[in-house]
Write a protein that binds this ligand. Structure first.
Ligand SMILES: [Zn+2]
Length: 96
């Protein structure tokens, strides 16, 4: 099993995201799970739920449950939407 498949199993369903890469830093004792998206996804505004297209992204990092003694983080370029009612919002992600 590839490490990306392994972490996909650990995270469970992350649709429409998938695990794109897993980076191990042995010296820093960290693991980073890089999430990626398919193009063209429509997003819901987190405030009003209206569907809209991506309007840029914001790099974010979340602490996840550790893998043995390694600090584990999930990282992703999270889409932002520009809602006519609520302004610029960062969409929700299934693991946060
Ligand atoms: Zn909205």
């Amino acid at each position: 099993m590839k490490d990306t498949q392994l972490y996909q199993q650990i995270l469970g369903s992350t649709s429409p995201w998938h695990v794109a890469a897993v980076r191990l830093d042995a010296a820093a004792r960290t693991i980073e799970i890089e999430m990626a998206l398919k193009e063209g996804e429509l997003w819901g505004c987190p405030e009003c739920g209206g569907a809209m297209h991506m309007h840029g992204t914001k790099r974010r990092r979340w602490r996840h449950l550790d893998s043995c003694q390694f600090k584990t983080f999930v990282v992703a370029d999270v889409p932002r939407v520009n809602c006519p009612t609520d302004g610029t919002q960062t969409v929700k992600v299934p693991w946060a």
